[in-house]
Design a protein around this ligand. Sequence first.
Ligand code: GUN
Length: 313
Amino acid sequence: MAATILDGTKIANDIRGEVAAGVKTMVAAGVRPGLAAVLVGSNHASEIYVRGKVKACEELGIYSEQHTPPESATTEDLLVLVDDLNGRDDIDGILVQLPLPPQVDAKKVLMAVDPAKDVDGFHPINVGFLSTQRLGLVPCTPAGVIEILKRSNIPTAGQEAVVVGRSDIVGKPAAMLLLNSNATVTVCHSKTRDLPATCRRADILLAAIGRAGMITRDFVKPGATVIDVGINKITDPAEFKRLFAGNARRAQIFRSKGSTLVGDVHPNVAEVAGAITPVPGGVGPLTIAMLMFNTVKAAKMRRGSGVVELSQI
Ligand code: GUN
């Protein structure tokens, strides 16, 4: 039986609606949440992401502003900017889009963001809050993965979850969130012995590696839930054929654009998985939705609200 397709676009739209309602209530009470996005230099993908984030703010009633230091910006320049944003009462969230240019000490810049405004959840204080199950700001993409599972009624407690990839942005926080929701969690990486066999243990398999179609059907236990965090642009016709042979709709996109997007999961995994997130339209849309939620959460927490969950705004 073909896998259930987990519609990330719909889930993200539901969340955006809930956040917009929360913003409306706050604005009625005299507070408009505000987000500052910092985009350094000219990275095409980053420009697209930041544009999407600013547009989402406009749609949801959140104040936003963009700062665009040049490619030549130094660590010190960014520290001055972040310090200024930290001190502003109208800014609740600060987002420094990654990657930063090589001359910049990214860790130092991220460390300078006030943890209370760290809507990406990258500051070590928020990492610590997550790992000790305290209320804090949680990285957007992993938080979105949990929302997909919750809203699709896919249980995590007692389930075997295998996370492939150990990045600070996705793999590690996703593993921590799954652990906090009582899954039994394995984290795999480039040195893992017999990756396919380890992945086949998973009831929930999360791929966050950044390699087009690397997870093939022999990595997947029949009926497993597969969450694909990868977004890879492919332009090589041989690679296209390996991934999409026989897919007329994709072939047409590939011919007309010269490229197409594919996740870390091979499309043929849909033939064995029980449920799967598509690319595009799976995890991707959740990242911005959860950033919007984090901005509202930060705005509320900074003003002394207690527990702030998505279900409570
Ligand atoms: N670059 C890729 N993903 C992200 C993200 O979630 N946040 C930021 N700030 N930069 C990114």
